[in-house]
Design a protein. Structure first.
Ligand code: TGC
Ligand code: FAD
Length: 404
Protein backbone atom coordinates (compact mmCIF):
# COMPACT_ATOMS: atom_id res chain seq x y z
CA UNK A 1 0.00 0.00 0.00
CA UNK A 2 2.70 2.44 1.07
CA UNK A 3 4.90 1.57 -1.89
CA UNK A 4 1.93 1.91 -4.24
CA UNK A 5 1.30 5.48 -3.09
CA UNK A 6 4.89 6.61 -3.59
CA UNK A 7 4.83 4.94 -6.99
CA UNK A 8 1.64 6.82 -7.97
CA UNK A 9 3.33 10.00 -6.93
CA UNK A 10 6.21 9.41 -9.32
CA UNK A 11 3.73 8.86 -12.14
CA UNK A 12 1.94 12.11 -11.28
CA UNK A 13 5.12 14.23 -11.32
CA UNK A 14 5.27 16.53 -14.34
CA UNK A 15 1.54 16.24 -15.08
CA UNK A 16 -0.93 19.08 -14.71
CA UNK A 17 -3.58 17.55 -12.42
CA UNK A 18 -4.75 20.95 -11.14
CA UNK A 19 -8.28 21.43 -9.83
CA UNK A 20 -9.73 24.78 -8.77
CA UNK A 21 -10.13 25.37 -5.01
CA UNK A 22 -13.14 27.32 -3.75
CA UNK A 23 -13.25 26.84 0.02
CA UNK A 24 -15.87 29.54 0.67
CA UNK A 25 -18.13 28.57 -2.27
CA UNK A 26 -17.41 31.85 -4.00
CA UNK A 27 -18.58 30.37 -7.29
CA UNK A 28 -22.09 31.05 -5.97
CA UNK A 29 -21.26 34.75 -6.25
CA UNK A 30 -20.09 34.41 -9.86
CA UNK A 31 -22.22 34.22 -12.99
CA UNK A 32 -22.42 31.04 -15.08
CA UNK A 33 -20.40 32.88 -17.73
CA UNK A 34 -17.59 33.56 -15.23
CA UNK A 35 -17.36 29.88 -14.31
CA UNK A 36 -17.40 28.85 -17.97
CA UNK A 37 -14.64 31.34 -18.80
CA UNK A 38 -12.54 30.00 -15.95
CA UNK A 39 -12.98 26.43 -17.15
CA UNK A 40 -12.20 27.21 -20.76
CA UNK A 41 -9.03 29.19 -19.95
CA UNK A 42 -7.98 26.47 -17.51
CA UNK A 43 -8.49 23.82 -20.21
CA UNK A 44 -6.42 25.88 -22.65
CA UNK A 45 -3.62 26.34 -20.11
CA UNK A 46 -3.54 22.59 -19.38
CA UNK A 47 -3.38 21.76 -23.07
CA UNK A 48 -1.07 24.49 -24.38
CA UNK A 49 0.95 25.98 -21.51
CA UNK A 50 1.59 23.27 -18.90
CA UNK A 51 3.26 20.75 -21.24
CA UNK A 52 5.88 23.25 -22.48
CA UNK A 53 6.30 25.96 -19.87
CA UNK A 54 8.93 24.32 -17.68
CA UNK A 55 11.13 23.70 -20.70
CA UNK A 56 10.67 27.29 -21.92
CA UNK A 57 11.59 28.63 -18.48
CA UNK A 58 14.65 26.38 -18.24
CA UNK A 59 15.79 27.55 -21.69
CA UNK A 60 14.76 31.19 -21.07
CA UNK A 61 12.55 31.19 -24.17
CA UNK A 62 9.27 32.99 -24.63
CA UNK A 63 6.75 30.59 -26.24
CA UNK A 64 5.83 32.91 -29.09
CA UNK A 65 3.66 30.28 -30.73
CA UNK A 66 1.10 30.75 -27.90
CA UNK A 67 0.25 34.30 -29.01
CA UNK A 68 -2.32 33.18 -31.60
CA UNK A 69 -4.08 30.96 -29.06
CA UNK A 70 -4.07 33.72 -26.45
CA UNK A 71 -5.84 35.92 -29.00
CA UNK A 72 -8.33 33.16 -29.80
CA UNK A 73 -9.31 32.59 -26.16
CA UNK A 74 -9.85 36.34 -25.78
CA UNK A 75 -6.98 37.01 -23.38
CA UNK A 76 -6.01 40.32 -25.02
CA UNK A 77 -8.23 43.16 -23.82
CA UNK A 78 -11.18 41.00 -22.71
CA UNK A 79 -12.55 43.97 -20.72
CA UNK A 80 -12.60 46.35 -23.71
CA UNK A 81 -15.57 46.86 -26.06
CA UNK A 82 -16.51 44.37 -28.77
CA UNK A 83 -16.66 47.26 -31.24
CA UNK A 84 -12.85 47.13 -31.36
CA UNK A 85 -12.64 43.35 -31.65
CA UNK A 86 -12.32 42.88 -27.88
CA UNK A 87 -14.30 40.73 -25.43
CA UNK A 88 -16.76 43.22 -23.92
CA UNK A 89 -16.53 41.27 -20.63
CA UNK A 90 -16.73 42.63 -17.10
CA UNK A 91 -13.83 43.19 -14.72
CA UNK A 92 -14.41 39.96 -12.82
CA UNK A 93 -14.10 37.97 -16.05
CA UNK A 94 -10.90 39.86 -16.79
CA UNK A 95 -9.55 38.95 -13.35
CA UNK A 96 -10.50 35.29 -13.76
CA UNK A 97 -8.66 35.12 -17.10
CA UNK A 98 -5.53 36.62 -15.52
CA UNK A 99 -5.79 34.16 -12.61
CA UNK A 100 -5.96 31.13 -14.88
CA UNK A 101 -3.13 32.33 -17.13
CA UNK A 102 -0.89 33.04 -14.15
CA UNK A 103 -1.76 29.63 -12.71
CA UNK A 104 0.08 28.44 -15.82
CA UNK A 105 2.94 30.95 -15.58
CA UNK A 106 3.36 34.60 -14.54
CA UNK A 107 5.17 35.26 -17.83
CA UNK A 108 2.13 34.24 -19.85
CA UNK A 109 -0.12 36.45 -17.72
CA UNK A 110 2.44 39.26 -18.10
CA UNK A 111 2.25 39.03 -21.87
CA UNK A 112 -1.53 39.21 -21.74
CA UNK A 113 -1.80 41.92 -19.13
CA UNK A 114 0.76 44.17 -20.82
CA UNK A 115 -1.13 43.76 -24.10
CA UNK A 116 -4.61 44.30 -22.60
CA UNK A 117 -4.07 46.78 -19.76
CA UNK A 118 -0.92 48.65 -20.72
CA UNK A 119 -1.13 48.86 -24.51
CA UNK A 120 -4.75 48.40 -25.60
CA UNK A 121 -6.28 50.15 -22.58
CA UNK A 122 -4.35 53.46 -23.01
CA UNK A 123 -5.14 53.46 -26.74
CA UNK A 124 -8.81 52.86 -25.89
CA UNK A 125 -8.97 55.31 -22.98
CA UNK A 126 -6.73 58.13 -24.22
CA UNK A 127 -6.51 57.50 -27.97
CA UNK A 128 -8.39 59.05 -30.89
CA UNK A 129 -11.05 57.01 -32.70
CA UNK A 130 -8.61 56.62 -35.62
CA UNK A 131 -5.95 55.20 -33.28
CA UNK A 132 -8.48 52.81 -31.72
CA UNK A 133 -9.63 51.52 -35.09
CA UNK A 134 -6.06 51.18 -36.38
CA UNK A 135 -4.53 49.35 -33.43
CA UNK A 136 -7.11 47.64 -31.20
CA UNK A 137 -8.51 44.95 -33.54
CA UNK A 138 -5.01 43.77 -34.50
CA UNK A 139 -3.82 43.84 -30.88
CA UNK A 140 -6.92 41.88 -29.79
CA UNK A 141 -6.06 38.95 -32.08
CA UNK A 142 -2.34 39.07 -31.36
CA UNK A 143 -1.54 39.91 -34.98
CA UNK A 144 0.29 42.86 -33.44
CA UNK A 145 1.92 42.67 -30.03
CA UNK A 146 2.62 45.65 -27.82
CA UNK A 147 4.79 46.79 -24.91
CA UNK A 148 4.61 49.64 -22.39
CA UNK A 149 7.58 51.89 -21.71
CA UNK A 150 7.52 53.79 -18.42
CA UNK A 151 10.52 52.63 -16.34
CA UNK A 152 13.95 54.09 -17.07
CA UNK A 153 17.41 53.08 -15.85
CA UNK A 154 17.40 55.87 -13.23
CA UNK A 155 13.65 56.16 -12.65
CA UNK A 156 11.76 53.06 -11.54
CA UNK A 157 9.59 53.71 -8.47
CA UNK A 158 9.72 57.41 -9.25
CA UNK A 159 8.62 57.64 -12.90
CA UNK A 160 7.83 61.36 -12.67
CA UNK A 161 11.60 62.02 -12.87
CA UNK A 162 11.87 60.37 -16.31
CA UNK A 163 14.39 61.76 -18.78
CA UNK A 164 12.92 60.51 -22.09
CA UNK A 165 11.70 63.56 -23.95
CA UNK A 166 10.46 64.78 -27.31
CA UNK A 167 10.52 68.04 -29.23
CA UNK A 168 7.92 69.42 -31.61
CA UNK A 169 9.59 69.66 -35.02
CA UNK A 170 6.58 71.01 -36.89
CA UNK A 171 5.43 67.99 -38.89
CA UNK A 172 6.70 65.36 -36.38
CA UNK A 173 8.01 64.84 -32.86
CA UNK A 174 11.68 63.97 -32.24
CA UNK A 175 12.04 61.44 -29.41
CA UNK A 176 15.20 60.69 -27.41
CA UNK A 177 15.87 58.61 -24.30
CA UNK A 178 15.56 55.01 -23.15
CA UNK A 179 13.37 52.63 -21.17
CA UNK A 180 14.45 49.57 -19.22
CA UNK A 181 12.87 46.32 -18.00
CA UNK A 182 10.17 46.33 -20.65
CA UNK A 183 8.05 43.16 -20.95
CA UNK A 184 7.42 42.01 -24.55
CA UNK A 185 9.89 44.65 -25.89
CA UNK A 186 12.07 42.24 -27.91
CA UNK A 187 9.22 41.16 -30.17
CA UNK A 188 6.67 43.98 -29.85
CA UNK A 189 5.31 45.55 -33.04
CA UNK A 190 3.95 48.55 -31.14
CA UNK A 191 5.17 50.40 -28.03
CA UNK A 192 3.18 52.81 -25.87
CA UNK A 193 5.96 55.10 -24.61
CA UNK A 194 5.68 57.78 -21.93
CA UNK A 195 7.99 60.79 -22.40
CA UNK A 196 8.12 64.49 -21.53
CA UNK A 197 7.36 67.30 -23.97
CA UNK A 198 9.22 70.63 -24.03
CA UNK A 199 7.07 71.90 -21.14
CA UNK A 200 7.93 68.84 -19.04
CA UNK A 201 4.46 67.28 -19.32
CA UNK A 202 4.35 63.46 -19.59
CA UNK A 203 2.58 62.34 -22.78
CA UNK A 204 1.95 58.95 -24.39
CA UNK A 205 3.34 58.19 -27.86
CA UNK A 206 2.65 55.14 -30.02
CA UNK A 207 5.84 53.83 -31.63
CA UNK A 208 6.00 51.15 -34.29
CA UNK A 209 8.83 48.71 -34.93
CA UNK A 210 10.86 49.88 -37.90
CA UNK A 211 10.84 53.59 -37.01
CA UNK A 212 14.38 54.81 -37.61
CA UNK A 213 16.41 55.17 -34.40
CA UNK A 214 14.09 52.88 -32.37
CA UNK A 215 15.70 49.66 -31.08
CA UNK A 216 14.67 47.01 -28.52
CA UNK A 217 17.69 45.10 -27.14
CA UNK A 218 16.87 41.96 -25.15
CA UNK A 219 17.66 41.71 -21.42
CA UNK A 220 19.52 38.47 -20.68
CA UNK A 221 20.45 36.61 -17.50
CA UNK A 222 17.13 36.78 -15.60
CA UNK A 223 16.48 34.19 -12.87
CA UNK A 224 12.81 35.19 -12.91
CA UNK A 225 10.09 35.36 -15.59
CA UNK A 226 12.37 33.32 -17.80
CA UNK A 227 9.53 32.37 -20.14
CA UNK A 228 8.75 36.07 -20.73
CA UNK A 229 10.77 38.31 -23.03
CA UNK A 230 12.14 41.48 -21.39
CA UNK A 231 14.13 44.23 -23.06
CA UNK A 232 15.03 47.88 -23.37
CA UNK A 233 13.56 50.56 -25.59
CA UNK A 234 16.17 52.92 -27.03
CA UNK A 235 15.17 56.13 -28.82
CA UNK A 236 17.84 57.95 -30.82
CA UNK A 237 16.30 60.85 -32.72
CA UNK A 238 13.16 58.84 -33.50
CA UNK A 239 10.78 60.77 -35.78
CA UNK A 240 7.30 60.07 -34.40
CA UNK A 241 4.37 61.13 -36.61
CA UNK A 242 2.18 63.72 -34.90
CA UNK A 243 -0.90 61.51 -35.22
CA UNK A 244 0.84 58.99 -32.91
CA UNK A 245 0.46 61.05 -29.73
CA UNK A 246 -2.33 59.96 -27.37
CA UNK A 247 -4.53 63.07 -27.31
CA UNK A 248 -6.62 62.26 -24.23
CA UNK A 249 -4.18 62.62 -21.34
CA UNK A 250 -1.27 64.67 -20.05
CA UNK A 251 0.69 63.98 -16.86
CA UNK A 252 1.69 60.98 -14.77
CA UNK A 253 -1.94 60.05 -14.20
CA UNK A 254 -1.94 58.70 -17.79
CA UNK A 255 0.45 55.78 -17.18
CA UNK A 256 -0.72 55.37 -13.58
CA UNK A 257 -4.32 54.90 -14.76
CA UNK A 258 -3.10 52.05 -16.99
CA UNK A 259 -1.16 50.61 -14.08
CA UNK A 260 -4.32 50.56 -11.99
CA UNK A 261 -5.88 48.26 -14.58
CA UNK A 262 -2.82 45.99 -14.79
CA UNK A 263 -2.30 45.89 -11.01
CA UNK A 264 -5.91 44.78 -10.63
CA UNK A 265 -5.20 41.89 -13.02
CA UNK A 266 -2.09 40.94 -11.04
CA UNK A 267 -4.12 40.90 -7.81
CA UNK A 268 -6.16 38.07 -9.38
CA UNK A 269 -3.22 36.56 -11.27
CA UNK A 270 -0.97 35.93 -8.27
CA UNK A 271 -3.79 33.96 -6.64
CA UNK A 272 -3.45 31.60 -9.61
CA UNK A 273 0.17 30.88 -8.60
CA UNK A 274 -0.88 30.34 -4.98
CA UNK A 275 -3.69 27.97 -6.02
CA UNK A 276 -1.33 25.96 -8.21
CA UNK A 277 1.25 25.58 -5.42
CA UNK A 278 -1.41 24.72 -2.83
CA UNK A 279 -3.05 22.22 -5.18
CA UNK A 280 0.24 20.44 -5.77
CA UNK A 281 1.10 20.46 -2.05
CA UNK A 282 -2.24 18.96 -0.97
CA UNK A 283 -1.95 16.16 -3.51
CA UNK A 284 1.68 15.47 -2.65
CA UNK A 285 1.00 15.44 1.09
CA UNK A 286 -1.71 12.79 0.67
CA UNK A 287 0.53 10.57 -1.43
CA UNK A 288 4.04 10.96 -0.05
CA UNK A 289 4.71 8.40 2.67
CA UNK A 290 7.30 8.92 5.41
CA UNK A 291 7.51 7.17 8.79
CA UNK A 292 4.75 4.86 7.52
CA UNK A 293 2.18 7.64 7.04
CA UNK A 294 1.24 10.19 4.39
CA UNK A 295 3.09 13.40 5.30
CA UNK A 296 -0.34 15.13 5.25
CA UNK A 297 -1.17 13.22 8.42
CA UNK A 298 1.50 15.12 10.37
CA UNK A 299 0.32 18.21 12.20
CA UNK A 300 3.12 20.40 10.86
CA UNK A 301 2.11 19.67 7.25
CA UNK A 302 -1.52 20.32 8.09
CA UNK A 303 -0.60 23.67 9.64
CA UNK A 304 1.09 24.70 6.40
CA UNK A 305 -1.86 23.58 4.25
CA UNK A 306 -4.50 25.08 6.56
CA UNK A 307 -2.73 28.43 6.58
CA UNK A 308 -2.34 28.34 2.79
CA UNK A 309 -6.03 27.80 2.07
CA UNK A 310 -6.97 30.43 4.68
CA UNK A 311 -4.76 33.05 3.01
CA UNK A 312 -5.93 32.05 -0.48
CA UNK A 313 -9.57 32.34 0.60
CA UNK A 314 -8.98 35.80 2.13
CA UNK A 315 -7.31 36.96 -1.09
CA UNK A 316 -10.09 35.47 -3.24
CA UNK A 317 -12.67 37.42 -1.22
CA UNK A 318 -10.67 40.62 -1.55
CA UNK A 319 -10.30 40.46 -5.33
CA UNK A 320 -13.90 39.44 -5.87
CA UNK A 321 -15.12 42.48 -3.92
CA UNK A 322 -12.57 44.64 -5.75
CA UNK A 323 -13.95 43.32 -9.04
CA UNK A 324 -17.47 44.30 -8.01
CA UNK A 325 -16.24 47.80 -7.14
CA UNK A 326 -14.33 48.00 -10.42
CA UNK A 327 -17.44 46.97 -12.36
CA UNK A 328 -19.19 49.93 -10.73
CA UNK A 329 -16.18 52.18 -11.42
CA UNK A 330 -15.76 52.68 -7.65
CA UNK A 331 -12.43 50.89 -7.02
CA UNK A 332 -9.81 53.40 -5.85
CA UNK A 333 -6.12 53.16 -6.86
CA UNK A 334 -5.28 52.62 -3.17
CA UNK A 335 -7.69 49.67 -2.92
CA UNK A 336 -6.06 48.17 -6.01
CA UNK A 337 -2.60 48.69 -4.47
CA UNK A 338 -3.67 46.85 -1.32
CA UNK A 339 -4.94 43.86 -3.31
CA UNK A 340 -1.88 43.68 -5.61
CA UNK A 341 0.45 43.79 -2.62
CA UNK A 342 -1.53 41.28 -0.59
CA UNK A 343 -2.00 38.71 -3.37
CA UNK A 344 1.62 38.70 -4.50
CA UNK A 345 3.06 38.54 -0.99
CA UNK A 346 0.63 35.75 -0.10
CA UNK A 347 1.48 33.79 -3.25
CA UNK A 348 5.22 34.10 -2.68
CA UNK A 349 4.92 32.80 0.89
CA UNK A 350 2.71 29.91 -0.26
CA UNK A 351 5.14 28.99 -3.05
CA UNK A 352 7.91 28.70 -0.45
CA UNK A 353 5.82 26.63 1.98
CA UNK A 354 4.52 24.37 -0.80
CA UNK A 355 8.08 23.86 -1.99
CA UNK A 356 9.01 22.65 1.49
CA UNK A 357 6.13 20.16 1.53
CA UNK A 358 7.58 18.60 -1.63
CA UNK A 359 10.97 18.14 0.01
CA UNK A 360 13.80 17.66 -2.47
CA UNK A 361 11.36 17.02 -5.30
CA UNK A 362 10.16 20.58 -4.79
CA UNK A 363 13.30 22.07 -6.26
CA UNK A 364 12.86 20.25 -9.57
CA UNK A 365 10.91 21.30 -12.60
CA UNK A 366 8.63 18.27 -12.10
CA UNK A 367 6.57 20.55 -9.84
CA UNK A 368 5.68 24.22 -10.40
CA UNK A 369 6.67 25.86 -7.10
CA UNK A 370 10.21 26.99 -7.89
CA UNK A 371 9.16 28.50 -11.21
CA UNK A 372 6.26 30.35 -9.57
CA UNK A 373 8.49 31.45 -6.69
CA UNK A 374 11.15 32.87 -9.00
CA UNK A 375 8.52 34.53 -11.20
CA UNK A 376 6.85 36.11 -8.20
CA UNK A 377 10.10 37.90 -7.31
CA UNK A 378 9.49 39.99 -10.44
CA UNK A 379 5.77 40.31 -9.81
CA UNK A 380 6.41 41.65 -6.28
CA UNK A 381 8.72 44.26 -7.87
CA UNK A 382 7.02 45.37 -11.07
CA UNK A 383 3.86 47.45 -11.32
CA UNK A 384 4.96 49.13 -8.08
CA UNK A 385 7.12 47.34 -5.52
CA UNK A 386 5.78 45.74 -2.34
CA UNK A 387 6.96 48.74 -0.31
CA UNK A 388 5.62 51.35 -2.75
CA UNK A 389 2.16 49.79 -2.42
CA UNK A 390 2.50 49.81 1.35
CA UNK A 391 3.30 53.54 1.20
CA UNK A 392 0.28 54.12 -1.04
CA UNK A 393 -1.92 52.49 1.62
CA UNK A 394 -0.09 54.44 4.33
CA UNK A 395 -0.74 57.71 2.54
CA UNK A 396 -4.37 56.80 1.96
CA UNK A 397 -5.07 56.11 5.63
CA UNK A 398 -3.02 58.96 7.14
CA UNK A 399 -3.06 61.66 4.49
CA UNK A 400 0.75 61.98 4.80
CA UNK A 401 2.97 61.36 1.76
CA UNK A 402 5.98 59.29 2.88
CA UNK A 403 7.49 58.91 -0.61
CA UNK A 404 9.41 62.12 -0.76
P1 TGC B 1 1.37 61.55 -7.65
O1 TGC B 1 1.56 63.03 -7.49
O2 TGC B 1 0.93 60.75 -6.49
O3 TGC B 1 0.33 61.28 -8.85
C1 TGC B 1 0.43 61.94 -10.09
C2 TGC B 1 -0.97 61.98 -10.69
O4 TGC B 1 -1.41 60.63 -10.93
C3 TGC B 1 -2.62 60.36 -10.17
N1 TGC B 1 -2.50 58.97 -9.70
C4 TGC B 1 -3.17 57.96 -10.25
N2 TGC B 1 -4.10 57.91 -11.22
C5 TGC B 1 -4.59 56.71 -11.57
N3 TGC B 1 -4.19 55.55 -11.00
C6 TGC B 1 -3.25 55.55 -10.03
N4 TGC B 1 -2.84 54.40 -9.49
C7 TGC B 1 -2.70 56.79 -9.60
N5 TGC B 1 -1.77 57.15 -8.69
C8 TGC B 1 -1.66 58.49 -8.76
C9 TGC B 1 -2.61 61.37 -9.06
O5 TGC B 1 -3.91 61.61 -8.60
C10 TGC B 1 -2.01 62.58 -9.75
O6 TGC B 1 -3.02 63.14 -10.59
P2 TGC B 1 -3.07 64.73 -10.88
O7 TGC B 1 -4.33 64.93 -11.65
O8 TGC B 1 -3.08 65.39 -9.53
O9 TGC B 1 -1.83 65.05 -11.66
O10 TGC B 1 2.72 60.98 -8.28
P3 TGC B 1 4.14 60.74 -7.65
O11 TGC B 1 5.16 61.24 -8.62
O12 TGC B 1 4.20 61.27 -6.25
O13 TGC B 1 4.28 59.12 -7.62
C11 TGC B 1 3.44 58.36 -6.84
C12 TGC B 1 3.84 56.86 -6.90
C13 TGC B 1 5.18 56.62 -6.25
C14 TGC B 1 2.78 56.10 -6.13
C15 TGC B 1 3.83 56.36 -8.35
O14 TGC B 1 4.70 57.02 -9.13
C16 TGC B 1 4.03 54.86 -8.48
O15 TGC B 1 3.06 54.14 -8.48
N6 TGC B 1 5.31 54.35 -8.61
C17 TGC B 1 5.54 52.96 -8.95
C18 TGC B 1 5.98 52.88 -10.41
C19 TGC B 1 5.38 51.71 -11.11
O16 TGC B 1 4.41 51.09 -10.69
N7 TGC B 1 5.94 51.41 -12.25
C20 TGC B 1 5.44 50.33 -13.07
C21 TGC B 1 6.07 50.33 -14.44
S1 TGC B 1 5.16 49.37 -15.61
C22 TGC B 1 5.45 47.79 -15.14
O17 TGC B 1 6.05 47.48 -14.17
C23 TGC B 1 4.86 46.79 -16.03
S2 TGC B 1 5.23 45.15 -15.63
C24 TGC B 1 4.09 44.44 -16.62
C25 TGC B 1 4.11 42.97 -16.68
O18 TGC B 1 5.04 42.38 -17.21
O19 TGC B 1 3.07 42.39 -16.25
P1 FAD C 1 13.84 51.18 -7.46
O1 FAD C 1 12.76 52.16 -7.73
O2 FAD C 1 15.25 51.60 -7.63
O3 FAD C 1 13.62 50.54 -6.04
C1 FAD C 1 14.64 49.82 -5.33
C2 FAD C 1 14.15 49.58 -3.91
O4 FAD C 1 13.96 50.83 -3.26
C3 FAD C 1 12.80 48.86 -3.85
O5 FAD C 1 12.79 47.95 -2.79
C4 FAD C 1 11.82 49.98 -3.58
O6 FAD C 1 10.64 49.53 -2.89
C5 FAD C 1 12.65 50.91 -2.71
N1 FAD C 1 12.17 52.30 -2.75
C6 FAD C 1 12.13 53.14 -3.81
N2 FAD C 1 11.60 54.31 -3.47
C7 FAD C 1 11.27 54.22 -2.16
C8 FAD C 1 10.66 55.11 -1.21
N3 FAD C 1 10.22 56.31 -1.57
N4 FAD C 1 10.49 54.65 0.06
C9 FAD C 1 10.87 53.41 0.40
N5 FAD C 1 11.45 52.52 -0.43
C10 FAD C 1 11.64 52.93 -1.70
N6 FAD C 1 8.48 48.67 -16.39
C11 FAD C 1 7.80 49.18 -17.47
O7 FAD C 1 7.68 50.38 -17.64
N7 FAD C 1 7.23 48.33 -18.38
C12 FAD C 1 7.32 46.99 -18.28
O8 FAD C 1 6.77 46.26 -19.11
C13 FAD C 1 8.05 46.44 -17.18
N8 FAD C 1 8.24 45.09 -17.10
C14 FAD C 1 9.09 44.59 -16.13
C15 FAD C 1 9.43 43.25 -16.15
C16 FAD C 1 10.31 42.74 -15.20
C17 FAD C 1 10.71 41.30 -15.28
C18 FAD C 1 10.82 43.59 -14.19
C19 FAD C 1 11.74 43.05 -13.13
C20 FAD C 1 10.48 44.91 -14.17
C21 FAD C 1 9.63 45.44 -15.14
N9 FAD C 1 9.34 46.82 -15.19
C22 FAD C 1 8.62 47.34 -16.24
C23 FAD C 1 9.99 47.73 -14.26
C24 FAD C 1 9.38 47.74 -12.86
O9 FAD C 1 8.16 48.40 -12.85
C25 FAD C 1 10.40 48.38 -11.92
O10 FAD C 1 11.45 47.45 -11.75
C26 FAD C 1 9.79 48.76 -10.58
O11 FAD C 1 8.84 49.81 -10.73
C27 FAD C 1 10.85 49.17 -9.55
O12 FAD C 1 11.76 50.07 -10.10
P2 FAD C 1 13.36 49.82 -9.93
O13 FAD C 1 13.62 48.42 -10.41
O14 FAD C 1 14.05 50.92 -10.63
O15 FAD C 1 13.62 49.85 -8.39
Amino acid sequence: MIETKNHELKKAAGQDLYQHHDYYLLDEMLSEEHVLIRQSVQDWVKKEVSPIIEDCAQKAEFPKHLIKGLGEIGAFGPQLPEKYGCGGLDQIAYGIIMQELERGDSGIRSTASVQGSLVMYPIYKFGSEEQRMKYLPKLATGEWMGCFGLTEPDHGSNPSGMLSHFEDKGDHYLLNGSKMWISNAPFADVAVVWAKNEEGAIRGLILERGMEGFTTPTTHGKWSLRASATGELVFEDVKVPKENILPGVSGLKGPLTCLSSARYGIAWGAIGCALDCYDSAVRYSKQRIQFGKPIGAFQLTQKKLAEMITEITKAQLMVLRLGQLKNEDRATPAQISMAKRNSVDMALKIAREARQIHGGMGITGEYPMMRHMMNLESVITYEGTHDIHLLITGMDVTGFNAFK
